[in-house]
Design a protein around this ligand. Sequence first.
Ligand SMILES: NC(=O)c1ccc[n+]([C@@H]2O[C@H](COP(=O)([O-])OP(=O)(O)OC[C@H]3O[C@@H](n4cnc5c(N)ncnc54)[C@H](OP(=O)(O)O)[C@@H]3O)[C@@H](O)[C@H]2O)c1
Length: 245
Amino acid sequence: MPTILITGASGGVGQALARHLEADGYDLVLAGRDASRLHAAYGDRHLLIEGDCTTPAGASDIIGKSALAGRRLDGLAHCVGNIRLGALHRMKEEDFSDCLQANLISAFHTLAAFVAHLRADSRPGAAVMVSSAAARIGTPNHEAVAAAKAGVEGLGRAAAATYAANGIRVNVVAPGIMETPATTGILGSQVARDAAARQYPLPGIGSADELAGLMAWLLSPAAARVTGQVWSLDGGFSSIRPLVK
Ligand SMILES: NC(=O)c1ccc[n+]([C@@H]2O[C@H](COP(=O)([O-])OP(=O)(O)OC[C@H]3O[C@@H](n4cnc5c(N)ncnc54)[C@H](OP(=O)(O)O)[C@@H]3O)[C@@H](O)[C@H]2O)c1
């Protein structure tokens, strides 16, 4: 079975995707900044790599360690990111930098290291990165994360064009709000959950499992002719209005 690297593997989306791919029989390489969190999530299943993919050296190091352990990667799922909310005029410079670092800069360096790994052996492969519905539709207080995720979408389309001839596919998924550790603050109470859900045309709140299913499909041979796309999975949030009763 193909080998897939998941970055941000101790996060909510990373763990949901690992469960999907594990059930499908993939070989997994799981990376995060804290080895103890990775071990708590996965025990001694899979190859676990502690590293920080927000720098070129950090991203190459993760892929280098995986190669040293004998893994040739076929797929990348970049699940690193954060959600920094706040109006433009209140956003601190360090929060904006952290948002760009976690969401866009990490994606750029990780994708670059993955593509270099594939090109070294002239192999095809597939990558999927995570954007947000807020990159497509103006959403109050999302300026920082919307700017970072719009960058991820542009990165994905451009890299898909550059490496299509090498058989390297790059796609992006753009979820609405999902229940993960990143949103425990935002969805902490029933009142907050109901208020969040009311913004979505389809009822309820999204789940990381649903997103993982889409990401797993994009990484699979079933999506062999799919590249350069942004896949919204947001209950209609970015394209249709809720019916007001
Ligand atoms: N949850 C939502 O509602 C939602 C909505 C739209 C988009 N997204 C996107 O979905 C992706 C996965 O998020 P999630 O919901 O699974 O959140 P999560 O549970 O907080 O996981 C995010 C992961 O990103 C890593 N990370 C965060 N900041 C980092 C930084 N500065 N440098 C390096 N790594 C960092 C963390 O890795 P460590 O374990 O190494 O700390 C963590 O495992 C993110 O790109 C997020 O923006 C989420």
